[in-house]
Design a protein around this ligand. Sequence first.
Ligand code: ADP
Ligand code: ASP
Ligand code: MG
Length: 448
Amino acid sequence: MIVLKFGGTSVGSVENFRKVADIVNQVREDRIVVLSAMSGVTNTLVEIAHHLKTGNKERAIFLIESLDRKYREVARDLLPDAAMQEKAYHFLETHNALLNRIASEDFTESSEKEILAQGELVSTQLFHYYLESINVSSELLSALDFMRIDRNGEPDADRIRQNLRKVLQSDSGNRTYITQGYICRNPLNEIDNLRRGGSDYSASLIGAAADARQIQIWTDIDGMHNNDPRYVENTFSVGELSFDEAAELAYFGAKILHPQSIIPAKENNIPVLLKNTFRPDSPGTLIHQGAEVRSIRAVAAKDNITAIKIKSYRMLMAYGFLKNVFEVFEDHKTAIDMITTSEVAVSLTIDDTTKLAQIKKGLKGFGTIEVDSDLSIICIAGDISQNKKGVTASIFNSLKDIPIRMISYGGSNYNLSFLVKTSDKLAVLNLLNEGLFKDLAQRDLAVV
Ligand code: ADP
Ligand code: ASP
Ligand code: MG
């Protein structure tokens, strides 16, 4: 069994749906195809929900109708015969009626989530019809029947496995299943999701639940690049990564992967192959346990970081201080990304500021609190173990003119991260590209 996940751009047009089908049809083993919504659709659904929430129903209906027109055009151009088109139009009518019904009712958080789930439900149905129209038999599985999150919004791996087992048939070596990325049900049995970009996470969870041989993430770029191609020129695709390196890069901002998506694959030792739908022959990036160790693999940046500094002389020689500080964050279910300590202060960063006011209140008794926002974590992934000479010097030499707010090094052997102002991020990413990937390539440390 392999899992193939295609992102929004890969299913963003009629032509691209066809490309996806070509790729899927070349697989010679059972496969689960996980699809995102067509590109732009989830953003439109977010907008629809926003307008309904803020009482602008007219605008919401306008967007619902424009989505409907777009889908109808896709159905018309994708599906060759009239009977098939009729089937698709009928499905789209029901879908449109559902959105209109939600729009006419009182708006709740669960109606918002139901709206957000519609993009994947439509793209998978259209793809299913398309495969049928080219005589490829496939089964459409509703992710709502097997994907589950728990009370904390985290996937419930055991239930997903049990549920998925029930819907998968015995191996035939040539079965095609199609299902939705991103969407799931929560413990109240309501429709929910794995947060934006969550289809990668779905693919990895499904791969783990189905004991897949490989998880393939097909997107619009030829694998993980050494730096963020949105901000830096002359980036290049990295041939392989260890699970740990990939997990760090995903968590710290490499948009090609949802932040948590590597974890289920790593836990189950399932290789993940990142591939380009538009250049299927390019090798892409293989994420696996046996990746050869290299000094510096890649750089990523995570924005919207807030730093909190707690300064207190009570920390001097005291034990239990950090535990008490961490408890405040635990109480407010807020994850900490980076930490540095000195004798009399501790600085830490968070990216979820929804509970910031409560956290500040909770920390009040501990000392002076300083909060800084608009920061970015820059993560350098690779084998940056402590006994390697020169690597940290190269990193900081490249950044000699940039003020650095925090540094985290030695927590693991494959990550060095530091905190800068977001306004310096572009400069930092470009300086590192110049400094690290040119220098280190010459010293045979970074070329892949
Ligand atoms: P999909 O819709 O297929 O899930 P995404 O837009 O979520 O695709 O992710 C692919 C995009 O990630 C690329 O087009 C690229 O702009 C961006 N990206 C950011 N950092 C990296 C990186 N280090 N390597 C590759 N792509 C990256
Ligand atoms: N469609 C969802 C989003 O745009 C999930 C995904 O594409 O991964 O966030
Ligand atoms: Mg994505």
